[in-house]
Design a protein around this ligand. Sequence first.
Ligand code: SF4
Length: 419
Amino acid sequence: MEDYRRFELYIHIPFCAKKCLYCDFLSGVFDTDTQRDYVNALCNELKFYSEKVFGTVSSIYIGGGTPSWINPDLIVLIMQTVKENFKVDPLAEISIEANPGTVVAEAANTYLSVGINRISLGLQSANDDELEELGRIHTFKRFLSTYEILRKAGFKNINVDLMSALPGQTPEKLLYTLNKVTSFRPEHISCYSLIIEPGTPFYEKYHEDAVRQERGEETKFLPNEDQAYELMKRSQMYLEKKGYHRYEISNYAREGKECVHNLGYWNRVPYLGVGIGAASLIPPGYLVREPEDPEETGGMGLEWRTTNIRDIYTYIEECSHLPIVPERVGYEDMATIGSIKQITRKAAMEEFMFLGMRQIAGIKKSYFKKSFGVAIEKIYGHEMTELEREGLLTEKGDTVALTDTGLDISNYALAKFIK
Ligand code: SF4
């Protein structure tokens, strides 16, 4: 009998060759001993969860960091642990993130041999001066050789990550990158705007400009608000002309090549995240044993969110004595390596809207009703009417979606659903 409980698996590998100047992801430079200890700890965490969470894994995403930076044997160990401890859909999309210059042919073959069938390459730009400014380790030439290695090895599903709104970026420079990338036809392209994050070297250098950009004032280095908008619009038009349809604010795919894992995330498919900082969304019915005392947990029928600790050495230590014994199953140990909290119905509805409406196809009213037992109009009728009046939202039958203008100012439009 098919298991109706399906969930996605996210595996965080926080290791990089060098920290990029704009990056605030949970990642850093660590020696190979720490990398091995971490992966062993992560495999313990996987075993720990396999005793607690029911269901079939519908997709796997190995992200980071730079998973391709660690020894491929460690990726093999992770995949073996997953397969030995979880039921994985034989058709599951299994992705790994990689950086140009960090994958040799042998590694590519190893990834394929353990079932990895999609690879996401962090190119960011085809202009070497922009790559240098970002503090990336690769050049465009290195990217090309990595891409060739992957295609030769047999990867049929490749994503390329790009960035817009870079310091000094002109439309011509962005179009040069898009032209180069689309010419070798990757299946998927993500194009995110650079965000200046506190705590990064870029913040020191550019945060005054970022504030000016946000206020709609003239900037010195970063594109101003209008220029950033133009960059985003031109990349959208260019990619669509080249046969990549936009299916989420920053994501484009060739027909049928949308990222299953990300679609699941935007549609609130339950997920299990392992590794430092990883979060999980676990609905009722997915735990091997549900809480016995509803009072104690604030009531049954709500979803759980766990968030793992962020310090790598504490994580390794905690995972080394996780209670991996079948009889200790249930919700009570879930906070062992982080925190656990129930998601309120209100927060779940907000998330449903906030994430779902990022998709160009929008959301289904019937799915909202099925998820929360109440018509969407009862909860968000006022907001929807207001956005519709502003020309930012459209309703067609069962579908509610942002219009093109709504997508252009999605931060403003989506904020309406957070009450
Ligand atoms: S490779 Fe990615 S995760 Fe690593 S430092 Fe650069 S941007 Fe951050």
